[in-house]
Design a protein around this ligand. Structure first.
Ligand SMILES: Nc1ncnc2c1ncn2[C@@H]1O[C@H](COP(=O)(O)OP(=O)(O)OP(=O)(O)O)[C@@H](O)[C@H]1O
Ligand SMILES: [Mg+2]
Length: 365
């Protein structure tokens, strides 16, 4: 293991968003439950249950899946597919991701088929025949599944139908919203059965404290963080919904601040200053995942909001070859769904007024 000479950080990567720790304290029970459903399915193809995971932000849902998938790939012949529906939100996109991962992992010597000009049904048939031939068992995670519904939900139905052809497959669906399937076509819902539900709850203060301590121990040099600073951070992170993402981002920023002032100690003050920004950690990670089109659009929205007709003109002026009215509205509606902006009718004529729900500087940086 590389240990740096940095006076504050011992291993800074431990605080980066995509770092998956070797151990997720206080999620052992959930991880065990999920793993055991998967293992049962792997051993006995007639006992496959899909999995539905829900819970508030930053409670370790994505981290658990990545952790479990890493182990599965190392220890079994299952092949895993992780789909972030925030990025891939159509049935075609989802199906192609599965095909892509299949060829990459199960048939590495074959060329990955192109998706250009191929119809969805054709791609589906290809997947069916390849799965039959290779007897591979796909374990597919749809993370942030709310963004796939309802438009892309057909793919769930199609994948559930695999079992009719005696092809095993297990779907894991992850979301913040326990009731995300409420308005989904009952036909699709029932095709997913049986489904095991695994709720993730927010961490308690004690749990949060321990999780933070663990990260501190790996990420920072010994004795860099004041005990009160850890305590304060744990309290705030709990108040803000038990979100570890906030705690992790705050530690990283606070560490940078402690480096800048040259004292190399993280104090409560540093934590407070860092928190001012890291409370938007989830939003920031969403903004970073936006497509470049979406990002261009959201960046044009002024701090004080703007009426739609005016916004359309502004957009066309800045991007003369950009999307047209209907598509622009479509993208704006998506941004509304992400919670990044809101649109409401205002005034007599009833034009839509567009407002940013997040600080402007978060979008520009
Ligand atoms: N028990 C834990 N131990 C250590 N780190 C954790 C734990 N739970 C979460 N984390 C860390 O907190 C951050 C957020 O976790 P994760 O991305 O899994 O949240 P999530 O439940 O998927 O949230 P969202 O619903 O917003 O997607 C990650 O960096 C993750 O590694
Ligand atoms: Mg997540």
């Amino acid at each position: 293991m590389y240990v740096s000479e940095d006076p504050v950080f011992r291993q800074k990567e431990v605080l980066f968003p995509d770092y998956i720790p070797d151990h997720l304290p206080h999620r052992e029970k959930e991880i065990k439950a999920i793993s055991s459903i998967i293992n049962t399915a792997l051993k006995n193809h007639s006992q496959i249950s899909n999995i539905f995971i829900y819970g508030p932000p930053g409670t370790g849902k994505t981290a658990s899946i990545k952790f479990i998938f890493r182990k599965l790939e190392e220890e079994t012949n299952a092949f895993t597919v992780y789909i972030n529906c925030f990025r891939v939100n159509t049935r075609m996109g989802a199906l192609y991701t599965i095909i892509f991962e299949f060829f990459r992992k199960v048939r590495p010597t074959r060329r990955i088929p192109s998706r250009r000009g191929v119809a969805y049904d054709e791609l589906y048939d290809l997947l069916v025949s390849e799965l039959k031939k290779t007897k591979a068992f796909p374990i597919i995670c749809f993370d942030e599944i709310d963004h796939l519904l309802p438009r892309g939900s057909e793919v769930l139905y199609d994948l559930s139908r695999l079992k009719e052809g005696a092809i095993p497959a297990l779907l894991i669906m992850v979301t913040n919203d326990q009731f995300v399937f409420m308005n989904v076509d009952p036909r699709i819902k029932s095709s997913l059965r049986p489904v095991e539900e695994i709720p993730y709850r927010a961490y308690t203060l004690e749990e949060m404290r321990e999780i933070i301590r663990m990260r501190v121990e790996f990420a920072l040099q010994k004795g860099v963080v004041d005990e009160e600073a850890v305590e304060y951070l744990a309290e705030v992170a709990c108040e803000m919904g038990g979100d570890v993402r906030i705690a992790r981002e705050t530690l990283l920023r606070a560490g940078e601040l402690a480096k800048k002032d040259g004292k190399y100690r993280i104090t409560v003050e540093h934590i407070k200053n860092a928190l001012a920004e890291s409370q938007f950690a989830k939003t920031k990670s969403m903004v970073e995942q936006l497509s470049s089109k979406e990002r261009k659009i959201i960046s044009l929205i002024p701090e004080n909001g703007i009426f739609y007709p005016e916004f359309y003109e502004l957009y066309r002026k800045v991007y003369p070859s950009g999307v047209r009215d209907r598509m622009l509205r479509y993208y704006l509606e998506r941004l509304v769904r992400y919670g990044l902006i809101s649109m409401e009718r205002r005034g007599v004529g009833g034009s839509y007024f567009i407002r940013l729900n997040v600080p402007k500087k978060l979008i520009l940086s």
